[in-house]
Structure formats: C-alpha cells, structure tokens
Design a binder for this molecule. Structure first.
Ligand code: FAD
Length: 382
C-alpha cells in the first residue's frame, strides 16, 4: 500500500483514550482523524449518573498536554470532566468527525499493508495505522439469570441510572458491588429511596479514597509493578488502616488479595458513602442474585425478595468482536492480546487495561507510547 502524506491515522472513539492519542500524535506532527459514532466528544461521561466524580485525583487524571483546571477540585465532577474533554479537543485542534461508527476493520492486503475501515453510510477508509479507542466499558451486560426474559419487575442496567429521584420511597435492589453499584446504593440511600439492598456475590476490597490526605490511587501507582503476591500481602497489612471492617454487616473482608482480585478484573471499591450507609443500616447487604421468577428475585441463600426496582451494576463488555474479532487480536475474554503499543502491525488499542493506578493515567501513558511508535513511521503534517 502506498502511503500518501494526506493519509491520516484513524482513531476510533472520541473518549479520553481517542482524544489523548490524537493529541499526542498531533504534537508529533502526525495527522489524526478521530471517528466518533455519537454527536460529541466524551459521550460515556455525558451519560454517567449525576453525582459521579473521578475517584482518581485531578492531577493524576489529566490527559497529555492539558491540565485539568484547579477550580474543578481534587475529585473532578462528571460534568466538569466533560467540559475538560471539550476544552481538550479544542486546545489541541483535534479533527473529530462525529456521527461515524466504524463497524469492521480489515487488513488492506498482506501483513503490514495497512487497514480498511468500514464505517457509517458505506464509508471505506484506509490507513496505515489505526487506533481503537472504543472503550473498556462499551456495552452494558446483565448476567444471563434464569428467568431474565420473563421477569415482570422493573430491571435496568446501571448505565440508565441518573439520580435517586425516580426511586423516592421505593424498595430498590442494586446488584453488584463494584464502584458503580456501591455508589448508586449510597446515592439511593441518601436520596430518599424507601429501602436499599445490595446483592453481593464476592465481597470486594473497600478502600478509603484518602487516608490522612494520601489518595488510594497513589498507593496503587507505587505498587503497580510489584509482584501480585507481595501486593496481596501488603494489602492485608494495610487493610486495618485503609479499609473499614464491615463483617458485622454482612460484608466480610475478602479472602483473595487486592492485587489478585485486580488481576481477575475486580478493581477495589473506593468508598464514597457506602460504608456509612451500610453501618447506618440504610443499605442492607444481601446474597447474590441467582434467578428471577415472575416478580420475585431469588437470592443465593434461598430467600426471595420482591423489590420495586432492580438496578444491575453488573459491568460492561468490550464488544470488540464485530470490529476486530476476525483478526486474531483478542484473547478468550475479548480483550486485545497486546495492549498499548501494538497487537498487529499498525493496529493499536488504547484504554483496555483497568489497573490499580487509575485508567485515565494509564490511558495517558499508553497514548504517548502509541504516538511515539506511529510517529516513527508516519508521514508528517504539511
Ligand atoms: C462509572 C465510571 C467511572 C470511572 N471513573 C474513573 C476514574 O475516576 N478515574 C479513572 O482513571 N478512570 C475512571 N473510569 C474508567 C475510564 O477512565 C473511563 O471509562 C474512560 O471514559 C475511558 O476512556 P475511553 O476513551 O477508553 O472510553 P470511552 O470514554 O468509553 O470512549 C469511547 C468512545 O468511543 C466511541 N465509540 C465506541 N465504539 C465506536 C465505534 N465502533 N465507532 C466510533 N466510535 C465508537 C464511544 O461513543 C465513546 O465516545 C471510570 C469508568 C466508569 C464506567
């Protein structure tokens, strides 16, 4: 394939990952075009629940080449992060084309010959380098519970949750105790729900967001590269100071170590209200959901409950299969085989690691690595 100076690097997705890669490429004189299926940058953040704030610090969450304004505070609010992403695209004069969804990526020819992107409206775009930044939290998932299809109650994924208003006075079951489930349960309890229960399959590690002013994220950065058994051991020692004991309320300390759980894909929960709510009896911990029957939710301990609403904070899929599944670049869990720099010549992925040190920080580091690599071979802007 002949590369012309006009041929840009295509970046798929205008979230933090795609914007960071485009900006770092631009800083190296490489033309990048960001293709975004929605109508704006930062779509994921526009859709998250109202009270969400970053649990990583402002300083450690900024993307390359633009600080997050000090006025946004240490824990940046969702709406401010959206403002920051808009300002980021503007400051770096990024070429973002909205309303274009890339459906499939194919090799243009022999290995190393570039890529063809099939996109909205029959578009066929070619490029030597392509960066996939479509998001770790791409498609909401709900477990395939028996009876799901015939459940008669109100069940929705956490992605649809905005604030507690519609749940005033209601009996709500939140399923899943990741960061999202924990925060939504606290939000409901503080926001006037009649009864809040949280269904827990595996007790999580719960950390204070800061201990004596020291953010949990900084500890995550310090231990990021240490061996898993060592971090597990350190975590057990630290737990007494950094993690509250909720055993009396049905949340025992987890048996698996902190880093082992991260390796399994379960990041520690940073407490932004759940602990107080559980201690005050405003959020009750119940067993995992096993099945749904009519209007009833069947729990793993055999009990049956009939909440007014169920909110499934049960995670997301990467959903990379339609895009690149045929290229042999995904592992059995559907994640890119090689994150960061490259997994096939000229095909890069950003934002598919969920490390203990914070994903936005990781995205910035990955973006720099990818841009450096692409810049070595790509033609420069005129
Ligand atoms: C509730 C929540 C809270 C989080 N809090 C933090 C935090 O405090 N700190 C932290 O470091 N990380 C946090 N993260 C993790 C991570 O930083 C964010 O998910 C971040 O938005 C990831 O950026 P991204 O660009 O990889 O993906 P996204 O922000 O999801 O962006 C992907 C973009 O790609 C677009 N897209 C998808 N498919 C296509 C396609 N086929 N064609 C064209 N466009 C497409 C989407 O519309 C979207 O705009 C949080 C995640 C969640 C879900």
């Amino acid at each position: 394939m002949v590369t012309t100076p006009q041929e840009p690097v295509y970046v798929i997705g205008a979230g933090p990952g795609g914007l960071a890669v485009a900006a770092t490429l631009r800083a190296r004189g490489v033309r990048a075009v960001v293709l975004e299926k929605s109508d704006a940058v930062g779509t994921s953040w526009r859709g998250h629940y109202d009270r969400l704030r970053l649990h990583t610090t402002r300083r450690l969450s900024a993307l390359p080449g633009l600080r997050i304004p000090r006025a946004y505070g240490r824990w940046v609010a969702r709406a401010d992060l959206v403002r920051y992403l808009e300002a980021y695209a503007e400051k770096h004069e990024l070429d973002v084309v909205t309303g274009v969804e890339v459906h499939r990526i194919e090799r243009a020819g022999d290995e190393g010959g570039g890529w063809v992107l099939h996109a909205t409206g029959g578009r066929r775009l070619t490029g030597r380098s392509v960066v996939v930044a479509t998001g770790f939290n791409h498609t909401p998932t709900v477990p395939d519970w028996p009876g799901l299809d015939t459940y008669e109650g109100d069940l929705r994924h956490a992605r649809e949750y905005r604030n507690p208003e519609p749940y005033a006075g209601k009996d709500v079951l939140v399923v899943g105790i990741g960061n999202t489930g924990a925060e939504i349960a606290a939000d409901l309890a503080e926001g006037g729900a009649g009864r809040v229960r949280i269904a827990v399959r595996t007790a999580p590690h719960i950390l204070r967001r800061t201990t004596a002013g020291w953010p949990a994220q900084r500890s995550g950065i310090l231990v990021r590269r240490l061996p898993v058994p060592l971090v597990d051991l350190m975590g057990r020692g630290l737990a007494r100071f950094a993690a509250p004991d909720l055993s009396a309320h049905g949340l025992p300390r987890p048996t698996a170590g902190l880093a082992s759980r991260v390796r399994e894909g379960a990041i520690a929960v940073q407490d932004v209200g759940l602990v107080a709510a559980v201690r005050a009896g405003k959020v009750e911990v119940v067993a995992a959901v096993e099945a749904l029957e009519g209007r009833e939710v069947v729990l793993a301990d055999g009990s049956r409950i009939t909440p007014d609403a169920v909110i499934a904070a049960t995670g997301y899929r990467r959903a990379l299969e339609p895009l690149v599944g045929h290229l042999d670049v995904l592992d059995p869990r559907g994640r890119p085989l090689t994150r960061g720099p490259r997994s096939a010549p000229g095909l890069y992925f950003v934002g598919f690691a969920n490390p203990i040190s914070g994903m936005l920080r990781e995205i910035s580091l990955e973006a720099e690595r990818i841009a450096r690599r692409i810049a070595r071979t790509a033609p420069k802007r005129k």
